[in-house]
Design a binder for this molecule. Structure first.
Ligand SMILES: [Zn+2]
Length: 402
């Protein structure tokens, strides 16, 4: 017998963009993502939803019940390159499944329920991110058509393949903010699994502050330049990586150097320049401020020690976003009703909830990730935990729309 329901939908989605390593490639505005959304539109229609692909490439399935502004249940089907099976997809498919469950139980919601698959949450292809949710929220009206992916395809050309245009994203803006927003997502970290919890009720989505740091030293000969005469940019960068880790542990935030480029890059040449990125995460704005101050402090000290100079440029900053207290309480009550263990926790990763949550009360439910792995073909959530997540989501929706 074919698998039905949420497990069946997850299996059906496996057809779109899977590579030989078991990773998924449904990048923003790709053919694979379009085919997946075409399938999803049919699946939504079978569940009784009225579908629309909006000007920002968001697929919206509407259950026009009750009155007033809708409860939106959303996430994304786009992936990073060779991404996992559950990141994003779980939240969208679980939303459709909730509609089926509620209809089967003859539940009549007091307000409309919309299921949304947001466009380009991941941002990997064009260096954008949260495009669909920002467009719906009215925070993004256009993007430069000339942005290029790694194959030289422009955003304008990629969107034209969908009959969409980067200067018309503003048309996706909703006439009124939603009544509320719910997102079921994999934790993408190890906390739930290690603590033996079934679901997480997210209290806050951590903020991000990212910087690009350039350290200027001086190129010279590896054989004839004594240590005391060196101005080694890579030595300075290395000290920075280590010191940021130590400061982050003390300051209770996360710091990651994910990219480091060294020039000129010769075996026997002392590095003249090191360019690196720093990504800070914290669940409160003052801690992000402290992290940024730590970076300046560390650079100044290291510069003095190594005879290097530095420049530091902010790349972006997203403020931490607390989830809504009533929605957190509804999720906890729903978990109790289902009979599973629920843990209050912060989300270190950013999600569409961070954008929609600025417009409307938002809540997020996490399910455990096996070994805490995500953005990888090895990303996995056990079938029974997928089912528990869907049950908690359904019970939360029943509470909010009774
Ligand atoms: Zn995601």
């Amino acid at each position: 017998m074919a698998t039905t329901g949420l497990a069946g939908d997850l299996a059906a989605l496996d057809r779109f963009g899977k590579d030989e390593d078991g990773g998924f490639n449904r990048l923003a505005w790709s053919v694979e993502l379009r085919r997946a959304l075409e399938w999803l539109a049919e699946t939504m229609a079978e569940a009784g939803l009225r579908t629309e692909l909006d000007p920002a490439g968001n697929l919206i399935g509407r259950w026009e019940a009750g009155s007033g502004a809708p409860l939106i249940i959303g996430s994304h089907l786009d992936t990073v390159e060779s991404g996992g099976r559950f990141d994003g997809a779980l939240g969208v498919l679980a939303g459709v499944d909730v509609v089926r469950r509620l209809r089967a139980a003859d539940f009549v919601p007091a307000r409309p329920i919309w299921i949304v698959a947001f466009m380009d949450e991941e941002g990997e292809r064009f260096g954008t991110a949260m495009v669909g949710s920002q467009a719906i929220a009215g925070e993004l009206t256009e993007l430069p058509a000339e942005l290029e992916d790694s194959d030289g395809v422009t955003l304008g050309a990629a969107m034209a393949g969908w009959g969409r245009s980067p200067d018309r994203l503003g048309e996706a803006r909703l006439a009124q903010p939603p009544w509320g927003y719910l997102e079921l997502h994999i934790e993408a970290g190890p906390v739930l699994e290690e603590g033996g919890s079934d679901v997480g009720a997210v209290t806050v989505v951590a903020g991000i502050a990212a910087f690009e740091v350039t350290i200027e030293g001086r190129a010279s000969h590896a054989g004839s330049t004594p240590f005391g005469a060196r101005r080694d940019a890579l030595l300075a960068a290395s000290r920075l990586v280590v010191e940021l880790r130590e400061r982050a542990v003390r300051g209770n935030y996360l710091a990651t150097v994910g990219r480091l480029a060294v020039e000129p890059g010769g075996i026997s040449v002392i590095a003249a320049r090191a360019t690196l990125t720093v990504d800070f995460r914290a669940d409160a704005a003052p801690r992000l401020d402290a992290a940024a101050a730590d970076l300046g402090d560390a650079l100044a000290g290291i510069g003095e020690l190594t005879g290097t100079e530095y420049r530091c440029r902010p790349i972006y900053r997203l403020e931490p976003l607390p989830m809504d207290a009533e929605l957190i309480a509804a999720i906890e009550a729903a978990a109790a009703e289902v009979g599973v263990r629920c843990l209050r926790m912060a989300s270190g990763a950013a999600h569409d909830a961070m954008v929609i949550g600025r417009q409307a009360p938002a809540g997020m439910i996490f399910v455990p990730s096996v070994d805490g792995i995500s953005h990888s073909p090895a990303e996995r959530t056990r079938a029974e935990q997928v089912e528990i997540g869907a049950q908690v989501l359904a019970a939360t929706v029943r509470r909010l729309c009774a």
